[in-house]
Ligand binder design. Structure first.
Ligand code: PMP
Length: 389
C-alpha cells in the first residue's frame, strides 16, 4: 500500500455535489440557488466598476511585487478599519492584520486563542456556515454547539442562545455572525445584540465576530452595529472580516483580522503571536485584491462609487426578498431576514424534487436569494409554493 492510501474517506461537501448537478443539467434556464456568490439581475457575478478602475491603476502604478511582510498591505488594513470598526477605529487597543479572506482571519483567530488558552471551548450556534466547525477544530479547540435557529418555525431560538452563552465559563469563546447570518439570514435585532453583548462581557467570554457580508444587509453602519456593541462592552474581542463579498473579489482572498485586548501593550504582544501564526500558515497574504481594495478606499470618488455599488447589491437582495415574501404568508419571514441566504422550511424530499424542475438548492433548504436572475424569480416562487402545498 502507498502511504497516502491510509487516508480515511471523507463525506463530500454536499454543496459541491449540487454544483456538479447544476453543471450536468442542460436546461439553459436552470436556477442555481445553491452557490454562495452574489449574482446580478442577469445572473452574473460582476467585478465592481470601482474595483476594476482600482485594478487598472494598480497595474499602471505598481513597481514591484517584492515581499510585503506578514502584515500584508498595512494601508489596506488601515483603510478598512473605520468601515468595519466605526467609532472604535481609533482605539489603539485594537490591532489589525491583512488576511487571506475571512477564512484566513478565522483560522488565525482560533489558532491565536488556542495558543493563549488551549482549554477554551467555542460556543457555536447551529446551523452555521459549514466551514466554522472545521476551522475551529483545526485550531484544536473544543466546540460546544447550541441551537440558534428554528428552521421550520422560521425564528431565532434566542432563549436557547442566551442560556448557552450563560452556561459559558470565563475564557470560553462565543462565535457570533456580525450580520447576514449564513445559512439562515436570521440576524439579531438591536435589543438582542445588546443582551448578547452584555452576557458575553459579564460571563467573561471572548467574542469572535465573523463579519463577512458588511453592507449587504441593512447598510454598512447597521451591519456592524452589533459588533460595535460587543466592542463597547468587551475588553477583549476578535473580528474576522471578509471583503470578498462586498468588493466582489472572492478568488483574490481579501480579509482582515482585528484583535482587541485590555491595554495597548497586550495588543502589541498578541499581534506578535498573530504574525508568527500567519507566518507558519501562509507567510503573507496575497496582495492584489487587498491593494485594489485599498486604492478604492483611499480615493473618495472611488469609495463613493463602491458604496453605491454595494447599495445596489443590497437593494437587489432586499427586493427579491420582498417579492418572495409577498407571494405567500408562509414565506413572509424571508423579508425579515438579511443577506444572501435564507432557509426554506422544506423537507429534503421536497428539495430533491425541485431539482426535477432544474431548481438547485442545498439539502437543508438554504438558498441564495440572489442566485436567480430577475427573469427566474417568478418561476422560483411558484415552484417553492407548489413544493410546500
Ligand atoms: N464567514 C462566513 C459566515 C461566510 O459565509 C464566509 C464565506 N462564505 C466566510 C466567513 C469566509 O469568507 P472568505 O471567502 O473571505 O474566506
Amino acid at each position: 500500500a502507498h502511504i497516502l492510501d491510509t487516508l480515511p474517506p471523507l463525506v463530500s461537501d454536499s454543496l459541491l455535489a449540487i454544483i456538479a448537478l447544476v453543471n450536468a443539467d442542460p436546461n439553459p434556464d436552470k436556477i442555481d440557488v445553491g452557490v454562495g456568490v452574489y449574482r446580478d439581475g442577469q445572473g452574473r457575478t460582476p467585478i465592481p466598476a470601482s474595483l476594476k478602475k482600482a485594478e487598472k491603476r494598480l497595474w499602471e502604478e505598481q513597481q514591484t511585487k517584492a515581499y510585503l511582510g506578514g502584515y500584508g498591505d498595512v494601508r489596506f488594513t488601515a483603510a478598512i478599519r473605520p468601515v468595519a470598526l466605526g467609532r472604535h477605529a481609533d482605539d489603539a487597543r485594537i490591532g489589525g492584520v491583512q488576511t487571506p479572506g475571512g477564512c484566513g482571519a478565522l483560522a488565525l483567530a482560533f489558532k491565536l486563542i488556542a495558543a493563549a488558552r488551549p482549554e477554551a471551548r467555542v460556543l457555536i450556534g447551529t446551523p452555521t456556515w459549514p466551514n466554522h466547525q472545521p476551522i475551529v477544530a483545526g485550531s484544536g479547540l473544543r466546540i460546544v454547539e447550541y441551537p440558534f435557529y428554528d428552521r421550520d418555525g422560521t425564528r431565532i431560538r434566542f432563549e436557547e442562545m442566551v442560556a448557552a452563552l450563560k452556561s459559558g465559563e470565563r475564557g470560553d469563546v462565543a462565535l457570533l455572525h456580525g450580520c447576514c447570518h449564513n445559512p439562515t439570514g436570521a440576524d439579531l435585532d438591536d435589543e438582542q445584540w445588546s443582551e448578547v453583548a452584555q452576557i458575553v462581557a459579564e460571563r467573561g467570554l471572548l467574542p469572535v465576530v465573523d463579519l463577512a457580508y458588511q453592507g449587504l444587509g441593512r447598510g454598512f453602519e447597521e451591519d456592524a452595529a452589533g459588533l460595535h456593541k460587543v466592542l463597547d462592552s468587551s475588553e477583549e474581542a476578535i473580528v474576522a472580516y471578509s471583503c470578498d463579498k462586498n468588493f466582489g473579489v472572492y478568488r483574490d482572498r481579501v480579509g482582515a483580522l482585528f484583535v482587541k485586548t485590555g491595554v495597548e501593550a497586550a495588543t502589541k504582544h498578541a499581534m506578535t503571536h498573530v504574525l508568527q501564526i500567519a507566518r507558519e500558515q501562509w507567510s503573507m497574504p496575497p496582495d492584489h485584491g487587498a491593494a485594489a481594495a485599498r486604492i478604492v478606499l483611499e480615493d473618495p470618488l472611488l469609495k463613493a462609487e463602491w458604496l453605491e455599488e454595494v447599495a445596489a447589491m443590497r437593494d437587489r437582495i432586499n427586493s427579491i426578498r420582498a417579492r418572495i415574501a409577498a407571494a405567500d404568508p408562509r414565506l413572509a419571514f424571508v423579508a425579515e431576514q438579511y443577506g444572501m441566504f435564507s432557509m426554506l422550511p422544506l423537507s429534503k424530499d421536497q428539495v430533491v424534487r425541485l431539482r426535477d424542475k432544474s431548481i438547485y438548492m442545498a439539502d437543508s433548504g438554504r438558498f441564495n436569494v440572489v442566485g436567480m436572475s430577475n427573469g427566474q424569480v417568478d418561476r422560483f416562487i411558484a415552484a417553492v409554493i407548489e413544493a410546500m402545498d
